[in-house]
Design a protein around this ligand. Structure first.
Ligand code: HXC
Length: 260
């Protein structure tokens, strides 16, 4: 499909990494409704494409995304938001079964920070800045910021970020556990592609199960998460790829996974 607010490309030496670049540079990639419809479509397409092992969402050097589009939502009302289900398109990203990695250079603010947190792994460039500045404009995070941020960084830091609206830099974000690694600005994308390619060497079926199991830790209680994990762990023993992985180890050869 032809997109206006994003650019979509297949990258990596095996052409198995789906790259989505947010592309509203003049508005610092503010996340307007049409952008999210396109982003959802692109994520669903890559999720359905058997050749794609992992997905990357990125922006540009100045901004990953500076938040929901303030100009677009400025005149929204409570009843409009409720009737239209404002922000409902965001669920497409969190429903994706394949790993999604956020490669964040520049600003990841408000909805931009929330979009990064919807992803499974966040890599950042040295000049990245994260924040939930909604409080500055008289509102609060609305796409998971008050719920996911405490799960990443704990209550005290999440409260500080949400209640002050202050930004945190990449090093601090890494120290807090919001970001898993920080790279020089111009190395970020290639390092993120390497990560996606590394994930792409494994069985896509088992990767999907592993992702679903880790997500249980964020979405359920410990008890039900452990039950889910056990069921999935046992479940891997019903797959060809589990058999192949262990056989290859014993035969001292690389595995040849079939996604079965
Ligand atoms: C719409 C935005 C925007 C946004 C920036 N722009 N952020 N437009 N929505 N969120 C536009 C500006 O209006 C301007 O366009 C252009 O991008 C460049 O921005 P500047 O402000 O001139 O750049 P700079 O001085 O470098 O400042 C960068 C900035 C600042 C610190 C990131 O733009 C900023 O504070 N932006 C808003 C950040 C924010 O509050 N985000 C949370 C949004 S609420 P023009 O054409 O005017 O020059 C939110 C709610 C989440 O996300 C709810 C669930 C999704």
């Amino acid at each position: 499909p032809a997109y206006e607010n994003i650019k979509v490309e297949v990258v990596g030496s095996k052409k198995n990494v789906g790259l989505i670049q947010l592309n509203r540079p003049k508005a610092l990639n503010a996340l307007c409704g049409p952008l999210f419809v396109e982003l959802g479509q692109a994520v669903r397409d890559f999720d359905a494409d058997e050749k794609i092992a992992a997905i990357i969402i990125t922006g540009n050097e100045k901004a990953f995304a500076a938040g929901a589009d303030i100009k677009e939502m400025q005149n929204n009302t409570f009843s409009h938001n409720t009737k239209k289900g404002f922000l409902k398109d965001w669920e497409d990203v969190s429903n994706c079964g394949k790993p999604i990695i956020a490669a964040v250079n520049g600003f990841a603010l408000g909805g931009g920070c929330e979009l990064a947190m919807l992803c499974d792994i966040i890599y950042a460039g040295e000049k990245a800045k994260f924040g939930q500045p909604e409080i500055n404009i008289g509102t609060i995070p609305g796409a998971g910021g008050t719920q996911r941020l405490p799960r990443y960084v704990g209550k005290s830091k999440a409260m500080e970020i949400v209640l002050t609206g202050n930004f945190i830099d990449a090093t601090e974000a890494e120290r807090m556990g919001l970001v898993s690694r920080v790279f020089p600005v111009d190395k970020l994308l290639e390092e993120t592609i390497k990560l996606a390619e590394r994930i792409g060497t494994h069985s896509p079926l088992i990767v999907k199960m592993a992702k679903a199991a880790v997500n249980q830790a964020y979405e359920t209680t410990l008890k039900s998460g452990l039950q889910f994990e056990k069921a999935y762990f046992y479940g891997t023993f019903a797959t060809e790829d589990r058999k192949e992985g262990m056989t290859a180890f014993v035969e001292k050869r690389p595995p040849n996974f079939k996604n079965e």
